[in-house]
Unconditional design. Structure first.
Ligand code: FAD
Ligand code: FAD
Ligand code: FMN
Ligand code: FMN
Ligand code: FES
Ligand code: FES
Lengths: 254, 302, 302, 254
């Protein structure tokens, strides 16, 4: 069940430079699962389109949902100014979440792909190894992953913390294997993770990103190329918002 | 109060439709809107065979509007009939307008003929104004002779009434409206999107893979109102008005300018209940103004 | 860093002008902006005799834009020379473009000839695209033959280089640009306003006394960028780009699309220092991108 | 000297139904005189044009300016939600104020034309009679005028307070005369006041209203018809924002 409603801001803090953690009171959390996303709408009347943001944490008991986002443009800039008690339009939960599988899982996040892996790690039934990639030592959500993962491996582009290199460099360095890999991050990272998974013959889910308008599968704005004919348009295009954002790495062209 | 309007003999329970391409076939928005409460569902453009559409990015935001370059991705008329029309069968109060696209006259005709015996299709909206495909589409819609010809051709093959959907990317919309009328159109709908462009100054490249895209949303509304007004005062056939309608005021404005019915497009993206919200606002307005029949406001501002 | 640009042999210290009709002759904004820091001042359209313009209301707000129907009110070329040109004499670093309007070819020529020996006039911008006057204006700008003819005629009487200002209310802007080029224009400027309409739903009447008005502001920017891009890839003469520029990003976008210089119009109304703010932002951008010459970004996005 | 700056909201209250009093901290007050106005800009990015609002009160000592406005549409609705500490773009002072004249003056305000007369009444050198017209008993600024005027006469459309009728009805009823009349309100009221002034041979200033874009005289959007050729365009059009908003009643066509 999808909801469009006005959520109330409960808390906001800057986790790292330009990375914000926003806590919203919204009924959306009643229906949300890890890997899904919500649309947040700017209040400014000249910015019409939704900003799709992944769900980072769900607290059904208190009806709270946490998202973590990077200030990337005017919309997220506006969100970063929201304060306790402010109101903001949201819609969700959108898309399909990660299937919760495996005795042992690797969750891989790169940059702003880190946050969605948190609720996933919390809900996965088996053992979880978290591999998180950052630009530099301006880390975020490290404590959170330390709490929920049996192991947290960090890679940084500049080598200031953990492995000097990408998340896949870190995975190789640590000879990681598992029943299933879940990944979210920039496309080149997803591609590399998918290759690693193929090499090691591990099932792999990736979370994709594309420019969106409707967020519900109606406008066909957000397609990614699929390896097989899609069910909806029969033309090798899957809708990230409706058929994804989570796909099997073998389903989509990375 | 009467909210019924009639276009080419088809009676709509109210003048609110959603605009083609912004609502799928209604399925995705049926979680938010009771489709049975709309005047009509206007489906995404459908061709004779599946079209893959354009590469991504297909969407860009602009101030008070958006650009899209979907490129008419669609599953082809076969799948459309089997799945989408079938889905729409359950909404008996709502009419169905099928938006038809093609690269050539033959392709339009193939779709129109395939739809001829589908009872769920109440009307055909012929899209001769899509700026996002290389051939067909807008090429037909920018030359009055071509408009008249394609209208006549489609009309001669169509079983249902036809609405010609006009492009705003023209010098004189009245000429196009008259051409559609001369070709035998039962109604016209306008506006389709205005061709726009956005460049990413940091990456120094186009935001859309297709370079240009069709602009829609509140930013285009004043242009749409002007064009609907011009057409309403040039042709006798009814007009379905659209372009940036996002509030009830926008919809009333369009009807005062001369539209018999209105379509809501881009607004669905930021307000999934835009159609029913707008309808409710219009009814309030009519009650407040003590207007008993919605038809009595059509085109009264001259 | 070089910010100088040259159009038809006239060198501008930077590519920022303000758009005709939004800045008077600069007098009113000189409290906010050092006119000497602009590339050029483009004056309000001037005719051979005083024009009273349209009745009020002349202004309406629309989403991310506005409509105006001033109707080219102006004091006539005599008063203009005595007062406005005289005022502009003190700003030596800034070029002056005089925007010229008329109801007929003769009227344009009368103004152009009167201005021929005014040393303070660096260039003439010929407005063949005003949607707010009944005769002349846009009528010239929507027919390629008329564009070519009026260009040739004005050019043969003009002492200063001429810029033809094109209307966006056309099917194919490239055709108009080519017609201006064929007629001997030294440059083109675009876009003038898009014709729009607003209806007051409570009063059930037009918001503007003139019914229609010209739409400007950020809402039209994507259309302007597209048209500048199309023209830049169709003609060899330089382009002054305008339409909704309100931030430095908008200005850079326009130059990347192919404009050698840009004009800022409606933005002045909500930010009186828009011109200089935009210039500062552009210089920052060039520094950050290590671009030494602003000319090197013109039209590089293809 | 005109300024465009970001003002800070010091206070806001609803004086009567839909009528708000907004106190701004702004340097504009250093240069303002009664009868001038300021442009207030909506924060919402889709609403570009200024909302011209007359100056109701100037407090140079504290750098404060008071405006009183009616919620008429989306822009004033937005203003009515401003709270202490919020920031809003303003520009001014704009236009020419009322010349301060006479031993005895009548200041006449109708509806939302009432507020601009307050600072005028405070600054007038001579005796002031205030005549204020309202729709009904939902009055505002009555105490303020009581303080500064030697006499306050009220007219209401529904007769619930004072004279049943217009401000001119009240002026006739009280046989008012003076050296000068100042008036602000809807055009029909200004016309009637101007006629009264002509009858009694009293000099009369009126404050005009028109749709504006620039507010500084550049766009020629806000003209009113003048009885003589204007200095600027030589076509019997005066710019309300620059040549006005205050005009001699004989200068303009009412
Ligand atoms: C399924 C999904 C989940 C996402 N989850 C997160 C998250 O958890 N945290 C986070 O920081 N970011 C996330 N993003 C990216 C986020 O949507 C963009 O950073 C954001 O929309 C930028 O908006 P803006 O107004 O700041 O930027 P602008 O550039 O001003 O935005 C202009 C338009 O482009 C769209 N846009 C810009 N960048 C992107 C992008 N990368 N992806 C999709 N649309 C974009 C905007 O939504 C808007 O419509 C996610 C994107 C998708 C598709
Ligand atoms: C010189 C002058 C002084 C004024 N002083 C006051 C005052 O002290 N208190 C007060 O309540 N009102 C005053 N007004 C009227 C006030 O400007 C409008 O009520 C206000 O602009 C409405 O804005 P909105 O966004 O709420 O309405 P909308 O209708 O949404 O506004 C749309 C556009 O129309 C313009 N507009 C709408 N109504 C008017 C109007 N009556 N006059 C001019 N422009 C208008 C707006 O500025 C905006 O550009 C004054 C107007 C002028 C010209
Ligand atoms: C994403 C998107 C897809 C569209 N697809 C179609 C289409 O398939 N056929 C068509 O005739 N118009 C299509 N349109 C145009 C709309 O039906 C409508 O004419 C236009 O968007 C203006 O209305 P709006 O401003 O309310 O969106 C599309 C518009 C959008 C935004
Ligand atoms: C109030 C107003 C008056 C204008 N007057 C003229 C004019 O006299 N001559 C002309 O060529 N263009 C005129 N224009 C058009 C502008 O110069 C410009 O082409 C247009 O507004 C688009 O730019 P913008 O969106 O930055 O305003 C006018 C525009 C406005 C808003
Ligand atoms: S955003 Fe519309 S289909 Fe995905
Ligand atoms: S508002 Fe521009 S001249 Fe008065």
């Amino acid at each position: 069940m999808k909801i469009k409603e006005t959520a109330t801001v409960i808390h906001q803090e800057e986790l790292a430079s330009g990375i914000f953690r926003l806590v919203l009171e919204t009924k959306i959390c009643d229906y949300a699962v890890p890997g899904q996303f919500i649309n947040i709408f700017p209040n400014d009347g000249s910015k019409l389109l939704p900003r799709p943001i992944s769900i980072c944490e769900i607290n059904k008991e208190y009806g709270l949902m946490v998202v973590v986002y990077r200030v990337a443009g005017a919309g997220t800039k506006e969100f970063s100014e929201l304060k306790l008690g402010d109101r903001v339009e949201v819609m969700g939960p959108l898309g399909n979440g990660f299937p919760l599988e495996g005795q042992k899982a690797i969750v891989v996040g790169g940059g702003i792909g880190v946050p969605p892996m948190y609720e996933l790690a919390r809900q996965l039934p088996g053992d979880v190894i978290a591999v998180m990639g950052y630009r530099n030592d301006d880390l975020f959500l490290v404590e959170e992953f330390t709490d929920v993962a049996s192991d947290l491996i960090i890679a940084t582009d500049d080598g200031s913390v953990g492995t000097h290199g990408t998340v896949v460099d870190a995975m190789r360095e640590n000879h990681l294997t598992a029943d299933v890999i879940y990944a979210c991050g920039p496309k080149p990272m997803l591609k590399a993770v998918a290759e690693y998974a193929k090499e090691k013959d591990i099932k792999c889910y990736v979370s994709m990103e594309e420019r969106m308008a409707c967020g519900v599968g109606a406008c066909l704005g957000c397609v990614c190329q699929s390896t097989e004919k899609d069910d909806h348009s029969h033309v090798n295009n899957k809708r990230v918002c409706k058929d994804g954002p989570v796909f099997l790495s073998t389903e989509v062209v990375l | 109060m009467n909210t019924k309007v009639t276009i080419a003999g088809v009676e709509f329970q109210n003048p609110i439709m959603e605009a083609s391409g912004t609502f799928g076939s209604g399925m995705e928005y049926s979680e938010f809107v009771d489709l049975n409460s709309l005047g009509a569902v206007v489906t995404k453009g459908v061709a004779n065979v599946p079209w893959p559409g354009n590469p991504t990015p297909r969407i860009a935001e602009v101030r008070s509007g958006m650009l899209n370059a979907i490129g008419l991705q669609n599953p082809g008329v076969e799948v459309f009939c089997e799945r989408d029309l079938k889905f729409l069968e359950q909404f008996e109060n709502t009419k169905v307008l099928v938006n038809v696209c093609g690269h050539s006259a033959e392709e339009y005709i193939e779709v129109v003929e395939r739809l001829a015996n589908e009872p769920r299709v109440d009307m055909l909206e012929i899209n001769i104004s899509c700026p996002n495909v290389k051939e067909g589409g807008i090429a037909f819609g920018q030359d009055p002779k071509a408009v008249e010809e394609i209208t006549r051709l489609v009309k001669s093959h169509a079983k249902q009434p036809i609405v010609m959907k006009l492009s705003p990317n023209v010098t004189d919309i009245k000429v196009m409206a008259k051409a559609a009328e001369a070709g035998g159109a039962d109604a016209i709908s306008l506006i389709n999107t205005l061709t726009g462009m956005k460049i990413d100054v940091e990456r120094q490249s186009f935001v859309l893979a297709n370079k240009t895209g069709g602009m829609s949303g509140p930013a285009v509304h004043p242009i749409a109102v002007r064009m609907v007004y011009e057409c309403a005062n040039s042709v006798k056939i009814p007009i379905i008005g659209m372009g940036g309608i996002s509030t009830w005021e926008d919809a009333i404005e369009m009807m005062l300018a001369g539209a018999t019915a209105v379509s809501v497009g881009t607004a669905n993206f930021y307000n999934p209940t835009a159609t029913t919200d707008i309808l409710a606002g219009m009814i309030d307005y009519l009650e407040r103004k003590k207007i008993n029949d919605i038809n009595s406001i059509v085109g009264i501002v001259k």
